[in-house]
Design a protein around this ligand. Sequence first.
Ligand code: ADP
Length: 478
Amino acid sequence: MKKLFNMNRLKKYGKSLQFRIFIIFILVGVIPIMLIKQSILKSYEKQSITQRGTMVQNQCVNIAEQLYSTGYINGTDSEVVEMELFQLGNLYNGRIVIVDSGFQIIRDTYDIDEGRIIVSEEILKCFEGTNTMRYDKDNEFIEMTIPVEDEDGGITGVMVVSMPTTDIQDSREDLDRKVVILQIGMFIIILGGAFYASKILVKPFGKVTQSLDELTGGFLEEDISIPDYTETQLLSEAYNRMLKRMRVLEESRQEFVSNVSHELKTPITSIKVLADSLIAQEDVPVELYKEFMTDIGEEIDRENKIINDLLSLVKLDKKSADIHIEEKNINELLELLVKRIRPIAEKKEVELVLESFKPVIAQVDETKISLAFSNLIENAVKYNKEGGWVHVSLNVDHKYFYVKVEDSGIGIPEDAQEHIFERFYRVDKSHSREIGGTGLGLAITRNAVLLHRGAIKVYSKEGEGTTFTVRIPLVYTE
Ligand code: ADP
């Protein structure tokens, strides 16, 4: 179990930004150190070899002059030359071979090949006037040829010098070891630095998480602000926007709950008052009983209506979860609604007319869209004057159908128009209550219209009348 936990932590670390920053630091730090080591060692070796070569060559040029001037090259003995050859050979532990114009070795400081004939590419080149210098890295020596020139520049012999470079190689290896130690030291420093830097760099993100966690605990209280980076700043700003929205939602939720409780309590309070007053009185006449019981019955109906409206709203709030879309004839649908509401209109002496301009078939949820339109038509009748009229019309274009509900009623004051779609909002509470309103009708209508991706608008003038226009797409889109 513990092992699994560690594996998970390791996996998490492997995926983290911190780990990536750590790796980048390491790569950026270590690769140059590796490369630098190689080039330092190479350039050290190259420089040492060149230096050694030039030094030996300069001394050889001196000796070569004496080889000619003392006549050594032509067979004359010279102690000075011998001395010089001995010194140079001793100094670098090297071998000097002098070849005359007949390619015969007239002197070998190792005393091995004297008298022998020697022909090599380098010697031939040197007789032609080209000095050669060759570094044999594997066998650790430098070999060079220097011409012995007479006063006219003619070449009368060649000096072949080979010098071991073991000391240079040794000090290169020594340097190599030192650089490796230095590298390990730097690697450890970089490792520590990278780990520390990666930790510091991602710290603000940790702060964001911590702030969010704290907020989840305390919920919605304060805004967060982590301005360390532009990214964390944007993150906190986005979070604060979400927070603001959540606060609004929370407020409206609380308001809704308190409204619901209030609305549900009102009929119950009335029922309780009516019942109590009946009980309190003695010898109550049957007529009064009947009257009170009728009132109680009405209050129960009202309670029922509020509960039904609330249920419709809750269903609509579930969004497209259980929407049943079908192709429907909207003309028939409206005719049915108007037929159902007509008796109420007639009772109020309100003329109710439906006008369909064109046949309309659209994809709708029949129950929900009927609820939306019947609320509008019922309102137009309810908030009308005696002898008034309600005009429902249906029109269509290639994309939408339009339903217009016009009335000659009491109208809606301008400042109330933006609130009428809110739950439980009524312009005149007592009037709405009197005529059986719950304040939920237009909220239901708006939700149903929005569920169909439609739009609803209101135009009204107080005392003159109201017009609601609804636009619904013919084809339903998810
Ligand atoms: P209610 O159940 O009270 O009718 P609604 O949500 O249907 O609730 O309407 C909200 C308020 O908007 C109503 O109380 C009423 O004041 C106003 N209203 C709605 N429709 C009309 C209309 N056609 N004419 C005048 N006022 C209206």
